[in-house]
Design a protein around this ligand. Structure first.
Ligand SMILES: Cc1cc2nc3c(=O)[nH]c(=O)nc-3n(C[C@H](O)[C@H](O)[C@H](O)COP(=O)(O)OP(=O)(O)OC[C@H]3O[C@@H](n4cnc5c(N)ncnc54)[C@H](O)[C@@H]3O)c2cc1C
Length: 390
C-alpha cells in the first residue's frame, strides 16, 4: 500500500512530490510515494515543450520553481556560477537552462526518479478507505492520490484546417513530435508559445516566416497581474459566495494570449529586419496544394509548407475520459463551470483525493495553472495531509 500516487509528472506533479518529500524524506526513501506519467520521465513534457517553442527565459520570476524554499533557485544559481545573463528583467526571470538544472537538482536531491514509473492511468476508483489506480502495468493501491494531469491531452487544431491531409500542420503543444519545419512557415497565435516559435523560426529561416494573429499583440509581463500571486484571490473568495462569481473573477484576471515586453521588442526587431512578417488577418479558410497550403485571410492569401498552431488548449475536465469516469463513479462535486467544486486554498476534491493545475482553478485562482499555482497547491496539499494525519 502506497501513501501517495501522483498522476502526472509535469511541473505540478513534481512540485507536489518535492514539497511532500522535503517535508518527509522517508516518503521517497521508503518508496511510499509513486509518481506516474505516460511520458518517459519527470518533467519530460515540460522539457520537450520549452525546447520545441525555442524558449530562452521563463515568463515567471526566479522565486517560482519546484523547491519549497522560495530563494532556493537564486542560491543554487550562485553556487553553480550562473551569472546575470541567466536572469532577465527586474523580477529575475531565470533562463530555461538554469531552471532545468535547478529542477534536476530538486529531483536528484529527493530521489524522485527512483519513485517514478512510466504508466498511463486509465481508471481511478475508491476502494474502501483507499484509492485504486488502474494502469496498463497493473493496479496500484494508495491512501492518497494527486491529479496533476495538465491540459496537453486536449490540443485541437482550428476548425478551418481540413481534418484529412494535415501533413505539415500541427499544434505546437501536441504530444506527438511534429514533423521538421520546412519553410515557408506560418505560426498561428499571439501568445507566448506562438511568438517564441515564430521568433525561433525567423532566426532559422529569415524572411520565410509569418506570424498570423486575430488581434494586435497584447503585452503583459505575467499571465495574471502580480497581485494575484499574493493574497488577492483570498480576498475575492471572502467577498464572493458562489463558484460562478469565483470563475468570473478568474476569467477576468487571466491574460491568456499575451506576451512579455521583451518578446514584443524582439518581434519588432525581427520585423524591422525583414525576417518575420506579422499579419493581423484572421484566417478564414485553408486549401491544400500538392506540396504546400494556401492560407486565406480576410485581406490576403499566402503560402505555407508548415502551419504551426499555438491556439491554446480546449480543456474541460469532463472531456478527459479518466476524469469523466472518476467524477461519475465517485459522485465528485462540480461547480457550474464543470470544474471541481473546491474550498478556497483547499485542493481536496474528496477524502484522500487532491488536485493541482487546471483542476485546482477554483481553489487556487488565476495562477492555478502556472508555476506559482503549482507551489501554492503543493503547499496546501502538504499542509492538509499533515493536518489529516494529526
Ligand atoms: C512553452 C510553455 C512555457 C511556459 N512557461 C511558463 C513560465 O515561464 N512560468 C509559468 O508559471 N508557467 C509557464 N507555463 C505554463 C505552465 O506552468 C506549464 O504549462 C506547465 O508545464 C503545466 O504543468 P502541468 O504539470 O500542469 O502540465 P503538464 O506539463 O502537461 O504535465 C502533465 C503530465 O501529466 C501526464 N498525464 C496526463 N494524463 C495522464 C494519465 N492519465 N496517466 C499518466 N500521466 C498522465 C502527461 O503525460 C504530462 O506529462 C508555460 C507553458 C508552456 C507550454
Amino acid at each position: 500500500m502506497l501513501d501517495w500516487i501522483i498522476i502526472g509528472a509535469g511541473i505540478h506533479g513534481c512540485t507536489t512530490a518535492a514539497h511532500l518529500a522535503y517535508a518527509d524524506p522517508s516518503l521517497t526513501r521508503d518508496k511510499r510515494l509513486l509518481l506516474i506519467d505516460s511520458g518517459p520521465g519527470p518533467l519530460s513534457a515540460w522539457n520537450t515543450m520549452t525546447e520545441r517553442v525555442g524558449m530562452k527565459y521563463l515568463r515567471s520570476p526566479g522565486v517560482h520553481h519546484l523547491h519549497p524554499r522560495v530563494r532556493d533557485l537564486f542560491s543554487f544559481a550562485k553556487r553553480n556560477h550562473y551569472y546575470s545573463s541567466h536572469f532577465s528583467g527586474s523580477s529575475k526571470k531565470p533562463s530555461v537552462s538554469l531552471f532545468r538544472h535547478h529542477c534536476a537538482k530538486v529531483i536528484e536531491e529527493m530521489d524522485l526518479t527512483s519513485c517514478f514509473e512510466q504508466a498511463h492511468a486509465f481508471n481511478i476508483d475508491r476502494c474502501g478507505a483507499y484509492w485504486m489506480v488502474d494502469t496498463e502495468r497493473g493496479t496500484l493501491f494508495t491512501k492518497r492520490v494527486v491529479l496533476a494531469t495538465g491540459t496537453k491531452e486536449h490540443c485541437s487544431l482550428p476548425s478551418w484546417l481540413p481534418a484529412a491531409d494535415q501533413g505539415g500542420a500541427c499544434h505546437i503543444h501536441q504530444k506527438q513530435e511534429p514533423e521538421p519545419v520546412r519553410p515557408p512557415a506560418t505560426v498561428i497565435g499571439g501568445g507566448m508559445s506562438g511568438v517564441q516559435k515564430a521568433l525561433d523560426l525567423s532566426r532559422r529561416f529569415p524572411g520565410q516566416v509569418t506570424l498570423a494573429l486575430r488581434h494586435p499583440l497584447r503585452v503583459w509581463e505575467y499571465d495574471a497581474a502580480p497581485e494575484w500571486m499574493g493574497g488577492k484571490y483570498r480576498q475575492v473568495c471572502r467577498n464572493t459566495s458562489t463558484f460562478s462569481e469565483r470563475r468570473h473573477a478568474i476569467t477576468r484576471a487571466r491574460r491568456s494570449g499575451s506576451i512579455t515586453k521583451n518578446l514584443y521588442r524582439q518581434v519588432q526587431r525581427q520585423q524591422g529586419l525583414g525576417r518575420l512578417e506579422v499579419r493581423q488577418d484572421p484566417i478564414r479558410r485553408v486549401t491544400s496544394r500538392q506540396s504546400h497550403w494556401l492560407l486565406h485571410g480576410s485581406a490576403a492569401t499566402w503560402e505555407a509548407r508548415a502551419i504551426l498552431c499555438a491556439t491554446g488548449d480546449q480543456y474541460h475536465p469532463a472531456q478527459n475520459p479518466l476524469l469523466f469516469r472518476l467524477i461519475n463513479s465517485c459522485q465528485l462535486p462540480l461547480a457550474p463551470c464543470g470544474y471541481p467544486a473546491l474550498a478556497p486554498y483547499s485542493p481536496v476534491w474528496a477524502r484522500g483525493l487532491y488536485v493541482s493545475g487546471p483542476l485546482a482553478d477554483l481553489a487556487i485562482g488565476p495562477t492555478a495553472r502556472n508555476i506559482a499555482g503549482a507551489r501554492t497547491a503543493a503547499a496546501c496539499i502538504q499542509q492538509e495531509a499533515q493536518h489529516a494525519c494529526t
